[in-house]
Design a protein around this ligand. Structure first.
Ligand SMILES: [Zn+2]
Length: 79
């Protein structure tokens, strides 16, 4: 899921949220003052690059084979 950055029009604070793409254009409440805030810029591209470099460090034998969770290493789901 991509990370979106939101900017509060009232207190000017910025915050990031993990959201489905279908929700990316929806307003989100500022965590400080609860003002509905619009999306600022998408961080999806830079995060995607981080994900790719992370995958390159994975051992070839494991991969993302777990069907019980969305984790790529399954260290937290017991599989
Ligand atoms: Zn605010």
């Amino acid at each position: 899921m991509p990370i979106y950055e939101y900017a509060c029009p009232k207190c000017k604070s910025k915050f990031e949220l993990l959201r489905p793409i279908s929700k990316s254009e929806d307003n989100s409440e500022c965590p400080k003052c609860k003002t509905p805030s619009k999306r600022a810029i998408s961080r999806f591209v830079s995060r995607a690059k981080d994900d790719m470099s992370f995958l390159n460090h994975m051992p070839a034998s494991t991969g993302n084979s777990c069907s019980g969770c969305s984790s790529s290493n399954c260290s937290s789901c017991g599989h």
